[in-house]
Design a protein around this ligand. Structure first.
Ligand code: 5GP
Length: 133
């Protein structure tokens, strides 16, 4: 029997454990662990960092489990632009657009990335120093 006939009527979804990927952010996306979600849409969610480094510290992530900015492909160009727009929208909602804020994405070992699911940190509510540590 052809697969499309055998599978007729079955939900056409990926395995639950692979939706959102195998990191802790995948668990948040699947609702397996709680998070303080401040924004979500079809492509992304934003939630407060569990160990905030500023008064406002929100993580903006794609629902698609892209490992890091270095793993984004040409097909992700629109998604990357969307994520940056979400960062700006989150900053406005959090009331830090006027005072200023920082958007950071850490990549790989030397970049200090600890969760292998692309994310943008939105940090504000205090004055940031430069250069970063
Ligand atoms: P990275 O170090 O990869 O740039 O950033 C990962 C961030 O995820 C860290 O700031 C860390 O505090 C945050 N984080 C790790 N686990 C959790 C979690 O379970 N919930 C939330 N809300 N944030 C987390």
């Amino acid at each position: 029997m052809a697969d499309e006939v055998r599978n007729a009527g079955e939900p056409q979804t990926r395995e639950p454990q692979t939706q959102g990927g195998g990191t802790v952010f995948g668990m948040i996306l699947r609702g397996e662990i709680p998070a303080d979600i401040v924004y979500e849409d079809d492509l992304s969610i934003a939630f407060r960092d569990i160990a905030p480094q500023a008064d406002v510290h929100v993580l903006v992530i794609p629902r698609e489990p892209i490992r890091s900015l270095s793993h984004a492909a040409a097909e992700h160009q629109a998604l990357l632009g969307h994520l940056l727009g979400v960062c700006a929208a989150v900053a406005a909602r959090e009331g830090i657009a006027e005072s200023g804020y920082r958007v950071v994405t850490n990549i790989g070992r030397d970049g200090g990335q600890s969760v292998d699911h692309l994310h943008f940190h939105v940090l504000g509510g205090r004055s940031m120093s430069w250069p970063p540590g």
